[in-house]
Ligand binder design. Structure first.
Ligand SMILES: [Zn+2]
Ligand SMILES: [Zn+2]
Length: 129
């Protein structure tokens, strides 16, 4: 676990995420993900500006995915990620869409990825194959 973080005023940056705290008048501070209002449970605890605990279970953008999208000659897109191929009914890549494993029918695979724009929002299910 890397303990690298940047703290500026009431904001802590760690990884690709930003955390904030309400009070900084004690050595032990609990920092909440800036998306807490959207239900993100992630938080970080610091003691004298050193990270002592990280729960980085974010429910939002996990990863930038632009490079994993492949445009087919038909104009549809495929999402190739983690050795699996996903497809979606959604024609444009703006807004949110859900991408299902291409083996959804043949192998009854339930894995899917929620995407917003070209960012991963969440994964759900495990591949059955
Ligand atoms: Zn978060
Ligand atoms: Zn699958």
């Amino acid at each position: 676990m890397s303990n690298f973080c940047v703290i500026k005023n009431s904001v802590l940056e760690y990884g690709n995420n930003t955390y904030y705290c309400k009070r900084r008048d004690r050595p032990r501070i609990q920092w909440y993900c800036r998306n807490r209002m959207k239900g993100c449970p992630a938080f970080i605890i610091t003691y004298n500006n050193n990270i002592i605990n990280i729960e980085d279970d974010h429910n939002h953008f996990l990863e930038q995915l632009s490079e994993y999208f492949i445009q087919l000659s038909s104009g549809r897109h495929l999402l190739c990620y983690g050795g699996h191929t996903f497809s979606s009914n959604s024609k444009n890549l703006e807004g949110s869409s859900t991408w299902y494993c291409s083996r959804r029918k043949s192998r009854s695979c339930r894995a899917s990825i929620k995407v917003y724009g070209r960012n991963v929002y969440s994964y759900s299910g495990n591949h059955s194959h």
